[in-house]
Design a protein around this ligand. Structure first.
Ligand code: PEP
Ligand code: MG
Length: 594
């Protein structure tokens, strides 16, 4: 293979250089497409039914092998099993055998194409990603039909794993210690592959659309998890450059890991708490290993996604209690459900909303579905006796929502009291500040809660009026827009005047260009992706609070975002030229380069 570059989305950082090993190329290119005489249609129907049944047997066997610590994956296997057992799915394929006189493999392909067309039109990122599950399920059946195995071939030696897609079932079967990196054709930012790679601490790219057209087994490849690209058959100069970069990255990792358990204290003694944002229980080990002092944001949505039923109180209470116990005495902030917009739950179906980000999501959704909310609140309260648990409400737009949510907690507490079930009477209650309305009434909200957590991912979206998932306006996603900087400062000051702690849990907290300004505001804690903790802690330990306050003062006097970006870039380059190579920033690349 001649030199080529394949772009992808980096979901786990780092550099890997090695031989490509394909796990499962797309089966679709190998599927026989034949018309069959009508007297043979019955055989094709039977083959389809048997294909589905064999796929169920295979997946059942994989499910039985799921180790305890990967139980989150099991839920997704369950959802695949449910699709396989859904009679409507089989029927839609059988109908093609009957109507078009085509073979079983082709008929199933056409049925899945129909689903993809119907759902693809919805322009909803989450649904598009779930459509990949339907495709994966169909591929498992098709592998059975052509007599192939959907199972994986054994990995030989240490390899860079390439796959059309990696299903949770695949990841359970993998010999993970042999993997230097992952690259998949499918997948988006929220796909499971990324979480697995981050847990294993190896580079990973998803959504590398040209992968299967460009790379073959045994090709020498460089995975650049910093820039999000695969370089196939690199030149000698490229290899030399990347070996050097890899060594620098490894050295840098070793350096930051050495200091990561030290407290995050500026050189002049200002202490800030560094917590982690996680979605899955499996990420807990990475939080502790990377020096996370607690969990500042547990996104509880995951337990509700990829399934058609709702989790019950037992299941949630068990999970939250385990998390609280394992992290204890460290803090765990459980955020109540933030569903809607880009995260939708099959149990309720997709809401027909013209502007989902402005629609029935998060707190609004929970207050509308009080039965479901009650179950989650009871589960959180039950977990509160097993560790240091706080609760936090997302997307608060006004005082009434806070009061309603607190009343729901009071009712759940009363029920538990009557049932003799223990809970922490003093569990802290916080709110996320993610809407400009919440910023402006921060003083009022501060009277009602124990802490604030500023969710800049949403606050930026709602302040500047741009969809955070829309690439056409991503150039306007400016974390240091003067309005955003002023909003954050306003909230920190309002919280402190009321005597409550203020944390920041958006991606801004993982951005080295933004952190000095946040420190200048004297935020009490930052909550970041676990992987970013060691690097940010190291930067924090080299900061000087007086300099941060001075920088903030200058930033607040700037009239444009470009000026602010230049100011912080100059400032941080002066101080940490080497670390910045290994960080992605939310700031505009032109500003950083210039
Ligand atoms: C945020 O909005 O900044 C946040 C942390 O929440 P999420 O990214 O889950 O919306
Ligand atoms: Mg948010």
């Amino acid at each position: 293979m001649a030199r080529a570059v394949v772009n992808g989305i980096s979901v786990s950082t780092g550099i890997a250089i090695g031989k490509a090993f394909f796990l499962n190329r797309s089966l679709s290119s190998r599927l026989p497409r034949q018309t069959v005489p009508s007297h043979m249609a019955e055989d094709e129907r039977k083959r389809l039914v048997k294909g589905f049944a064999d796929a169920v047997t295979e997946l059942d066997a994989i499910r039985a092998k799921v180790p305890e610590e990967l139980r989150e994956h099991q839920l997704i296997i369950d959802s695949h099993l449910m699709m396989l057992k859904d009679p409507k799915f089989q029927k839609s394929a059988i109908k093609y055998v009957d109507d078009l006189n085509i073979n079983a493999e082709w008929a199933l392909d056409k049925a899945v194409n129909d689903f993809e067309k119907a759902f693809g039109a919805l322009e909803d990122k989450y649904i598009r990603e779930r459509m990949q599950d339907v495709r994966q399920v169909a591929l498992r059946v098709q592998a059975k039909l052509i007599g192939g195995e959907a199972n994986l071939r054994p990995v030989r030696g240490r390899v860079v794993l390439m796959a059309h897609d990696l299903t949770p079932a695949d990841t359970i079967e993998l010999e993970v210690n042999k993997l230097m990196a992952f690259v998949t054709t499918l997948g988006g930012k929220t796909s499971h592959t990324g979480i697995l790679a981050r847990t294993l601490n190896i580079p990973a790219l998803v959504g590398a659309e040209e992968l299967e057209n460009t790379v073959v087994d045994g090709d020498l490849v460089i995975i650049d998890g910093l820039a999000g690209k695969v370089i196939v058959d690199p030149s000698d100069e490229e290899l030399e450059h990347y070996y050097t970069l890899q060594n620098q990255f490894d050295d840098y990792q070793r350096t930051i890991m050495r200091g990561c358990q030290l407290p995050a204290e500026t050189e002049d003694g200002y202490r800030v708490h560094v917590h982690a944002n996680i979605e899955l229980f499996e990420e807990v080990a990475a939080v502790i290993d990377n020096g996370g002092e607690g969990i500042g944001l547990f996104r509880t949505e995951y337990a509700y996604l990829n399934r058609t039923d709702l989790p019950d109180e037992e299941e949630l209470a068990e999970k939250y209690s385990e998390l609280a116990a394992i992290m204890s005495p460290r803090k765990v902030i459980l955020r109540t459900l933030d569903l809607g917009a880009d995260k939708f739950m099959s149990h309720f179906g997709s809401l027909d909303e013209a502007n989902p980000a402005l629609g029935l999501r998060a707190m609004r959704f929970c207050l509308k579905h009080q039965d479901m909310f009650r179950i989650q609140l009871r589960a959180i309260l039950r977990a509160s006796v097993h560790g240091n648990v706080s609760i936090m409400f997302p997307m608060i737009s006004g005082l009434k929502e806070v009061l309603q949510a607190k009343s729901a907690i009071t009712r759940a507490q009363q029920e538990l009291r009557e049932e003799g079930i223990p809970f922490d009477e003093n569990m802290p209650i916080g709110v996320m500040i993610e809407l400009p309305a919440a910023v402006m009434i921060a003083e009022i909200l501060a009277q009602e809660v124990d802490f604030f957590s500023i969710g800049t991912n949403d606050l930026i979206q709602y302040s500047i009026g741009i969809d955070r998932t829309n690439p056409h306006v991503s150039y306007l996603y400016q974390p240091l827009h003067p309005a955003v900087v002023r909003s954050i400062k306003y909230v920190v000051d309002a919280g402190h005047r009321a005597g409550i702690g203020v944390s920041l849990c958006g991606e801004v907290a993982s951005d080295p260009y933004c952190v000095p300004i946040l420190m200048g505001m004297q935020v009490d804690s930052l909550s970041l992706t676990p992987q970013a903790i060691p690097g940010i802690k190291r930067i924090l330990r080299q900061l000087n609070m007086q300099e941060c306050k001075q920088l903030l003062k200058e930033v607040l006097s700037c009239r444009t975002v470009a000026r602010i970006n230049r100011l912080v870039t100059e400032n941080i380059y002066k101080k940490y030229p080497e670390e910045l190579t290994f960080f992605a920033s939310l700031l505009d690349n032109d500003d950083i380069a210039g």
